[in-house]
Design a protein around this ligand. Structure first.
Ligand SMILES: [Cu+2]
Length: 251
């Protein structure tokens, strides 16, 4: 019976590792990266994955092995211990070292993606306003100014030109939402009362998911938008067409 427990505990690292291998080979993994900084973010993910995977396999494997090794020895007495300062000190130092390593290796990418000082110096492409349960996108129009009559509006349909830095301002008109472009590796909370600048540079034309990654109410599932990455010419044509449609609807 005791051996059964040991085997049962050993299935955890085996099944856990197997699930990762299976997922990465059968397409149940990340969507393809199509942004300029996505590879760096994926790299950070893999650093953390390798550290945690090693710790996971080592600890669960050790637990299973100990259960098997020390199972059912009639007459053996359990030994009580109050811990071992040297082992605990080593493990604490190792953990501290790993956390510092993660903090240091990710800092350059964090600065590039999230710090205002790392932002590309280009005019703001759009204002994106999250609300229950939709994404409202406003482009400044020909004058480059927001809040003027020539602004162009779009609902759940975010267009950006390919190979250009897209800088936009994210805001929320009600509750917390999370602006998530999985293929661009962009995720940013939209916080009521804050105007948060976000940027990415798409490297491929196409249509991609834009979703809300924060449970924001009963209609959270409906907050599904679309990102269209297109050539600068096609983007300009789309803006002109949106403007014409708006003017036709509100003469
Ligand atoms: Cu939402």
């Amino acid at each position: 019976m005791a051996r059964l427990w040991g085997l049962l505990f050993l299935t955890v690292p085996v099944a856990g590792t197997g699930a990762f291998v299976w997922a990465s080979r059968s397409g149940h993994w990340f969507p393809r990266n199509t942004s300029s900084f996505g590879a760096e973010i994926d790299g950070l993910f893999y650093v953390i994955l390798w550290i945690t995977a090693t710790a996971f396999v080592a600890t669960t494997g050790l637990l299973g092995w100990l259960l098997l090794r020390h199972a059912e020895r009639p007459g053996a007495r359990a030994r009580y211990t109050h811990g071992n300062l040297r082992v605990e000190g080593t493990l604490a130092a190792l953990t501290t070292g790993m956390l510092l390593y993660i903090a240091v290796t990710q800092f350059g990418t964090w600065k590039k993606v999230k710090f205002a000082s790392g932002f590309p110096d280009v005019p703001t492409l759009a204002h994106v306003t999250a609300g229950q349960f939709e994404w409202r996108i406003t482009y400044p129009g020909a004058d480059g100014e927001f809040g003027t009559p020539d602004d162009v509006h779009s609902l759940n349909d975010f267009h950006v030109p390919v190979d250009r830095d897209a800088v936009f301002v994210l805001q929320s008109r009600d509750v917390l939402h999370s602006f998530f472009l999985p293929h661009m590796r962009v995720k940013q909370d939209a916080v009521p009362g804050l105007r948060i600048p976000v940027w990415f540079r798409p490297l491929e034309e196409g249509t991609f998911d834009l979703v809300c990654a924060e449970l924001c109410g009963w209609g959270h599932f409906k907050m599904r938008g679309r990102l269209t990455v297109q050539s600068p010419e096609a983007f300009a044509a789309w803006l002109a067409q949106r403007k014409a449609e708006e003017e036709a609807a509100n003469p």
